[in-house]
Design a protein around this ligand. Structure first.
Ligand code: GDP
Length: 451
């Protein structure tokens, strides 16, 4: 994710309405607005950074608006932020954005989730809080709102940090024991204490997962559908994810006529992962690509609407929102397929994957596990969090069993330390302390532009 430049996007829902907010963030925000500003409206005062103004759109058109200024670091992103409130009209919004991009060097369209990603990278939000914002936007019921609030308030984050701290302490104690193996009388932590503390920690983690973990085991295998226009590279990706040739790949658009389904076991490469049903669909036609017959098209559409997760494949990386018409409950992962080919202009933030050379295939498999496994926010915890928590608790429970026969001294401290490190890695994905780049990519790839 590129930072340091200035990004702009409409931060409110698309369509006509009373007010839209165009948001700028980055070092050129103030310069861009100075280039458009025709001066504060007479009689208006500048209060708490908000003022009435007129901005120049082209040579003659002046648009009355409200400008809110948030100088760094006290802004949403931690950078200089400007918010321009204008009537919500898509043409006007486009013109304001285009004028601001012209008004200063280094201003560009924001990628999905980029404002919130910057807030996270500038320490204005924790990763859990950033995900809380994503959940709040997508929330469809009271349960989801409650979970979003827990994430946003930092309540979830505090629990995760406490879990990680305890796992870190236990690891330090075990490692101290390894360092002093030659000194019989030095025991940093005895086996029984370690077992008890590991069990207590596992129980606390399981409490966060709640009773939902029981119902989840019985639920049916989540369906993950590949979607995109014909020739987007879906069948090739389907085969690459499975690791075997199952779908027919062809240069001729519209070759896949029926939905193909194959079980995919994600537990082999992701701790805490399970099975999903991976489905290759004939694709969705956007009109410009009329090679798909109506029957195949209708089959795709109804199938996508019933899927749990849609992997939206687009080699251009532009992801036309209107083309993928799925209910809001379906989680969508944007994938720029054929990432071995150069990027074209207008590409938004997405997972870059090449089925030909395997680039980012492991990240995609993890993103699928995050989105598909865990039963959704409705069960109380975000799927990504559920997977990591379940995996951490699993390591601790396994360690507890291995320690059952241990007395005062821990017989295989290296094995125990390995378990604790694995648990800590899982918890680190949630606290953000040890967040690998691909986790950040996965979190923000599910956001929409302007957030
Ligand atoms: P589908 O219609 O969406 O299922 O697309 P296919 O999987 O049949 O692929 C269409 C064409 O794109 C074929 O010629 C593939 O060889 C090519 N293709 C698929 N994936 C990749 C990729 O990752 N990189 C490149 N360069 N070509 C790809």
């Amino acid at each position: 994710m590129q930072t340091g430049d200035t990004i702009i996007a409409c931060a409110t829902a698309p369509g006509l309405g009373a007010r839209a907010i165009v948001r700028l963030s980055g070092p050129a925000s103030f310069e861009a607005i100075a280039g458009l500003d025709c001066g504060t409206a007479p009689g208006e005062h500048r209060e708490r950074g908000v003022r009435a103004a007129r901005i120049r759109l082209g040579d003659s058109h002046q648009l009355p608006c409200l400008i809110a200024e948030f100088p760094a670091p006290r802004s949403y992103t931690g950078e200089d932020v400007i918010e321009i409130a204008i009537p919500a009209n898509p043409t006007l919004i486009e013109r304001v954005i285009a004028s601001a991009i012209d008004a200063a060097a280094g201003v560009r369209m924001a990628n999905p989730g980029e404002f919130t990603a910057r807030a996270y990278l500038n320490d204005r939000l924790t990763l859990a809080q950033a995900e809380g914002i994503g959940s709040l936007i997508a929330a469809q019921g009271a349960d989801e709102l409650v979970e979003a609030r827990r994430l946003l308030s930092g309540e979830r984050g505090k629990h995760y940090h406490a879990f990680a701290d305890e796992a870190m302490t236990l690891l330090a104690l075990v490692e101290a024991g390894i360092d002093f193996t030659d000194q019989e009388d030095v025991v940093a932590i005895c086996g029984a204490d370690l077992r008890e503390r590991a069990a207590r920690l596992a129980k606390q983690i399981e409490q966060v997962l709640g009773s939902a973990s029981g119902t989840e085991a019985q639920s049916e295998v989540p369906r993950v559908a590949l979607a995109g226009v014909p020739n987007a590279g879906k069948s090739t990706l389907f085969n690459a994810i499975l690791g075997r040739r199952r779908a027919v790949v062809s240069d001729e658009a519209g070759t896949t006529r029926d939905v193909l389904e194959e079980r995919l076991d994600l537990s082999r490469d992701i701790s805490g992962g399970g099975e999903v049903l991976l489905c290759d669909t004939p694709g969705v036609d956007t009109g410009s690509n009329g090679n798909l017959d109506g029957r195949a098209q209708a089959a795709s559409r109804s199938f996508l609407a019933s899927a749990d997760v849609v992997v939206w494949c687009d080699p251009t990386g532009r992801f036309d929102d209107a083309a993928l018409d799925v209910p809001r409950r379906v989680r969508t992962i944007r994938v720029r397929t054929k990432a071995d080919l150069p990027r074209v202009s207008g590409a938004v933030e997405a997972l870059e994957v090449s089925a030909l050379d395997g680039f980012h295939l492991p990240s995609l498999r993890r993103a699928i596990a995050d989105a598909a496994l865990g039963g959704g926010v409705r069960a109380g915890v975000l799927p990504r969090h559920r997977r990591a928590l379940r995996a951490a608790a699993g390591e601790l429970r396994a360690m507890e069993l291995e320690l059952a026969a241990t007395g005062r001294n821990i017989s295989e401290p290296e094995l125990v330390a390995g378990r604790l490190r694995a648990a800590l890695d899982c918890l680190g994905e949630l606290t953000g302390r040890m967040t690998p780049d691909d986790v950040i990519g996965r979190v923000f790839a599910t956001f929409c532009v302007g957030k």
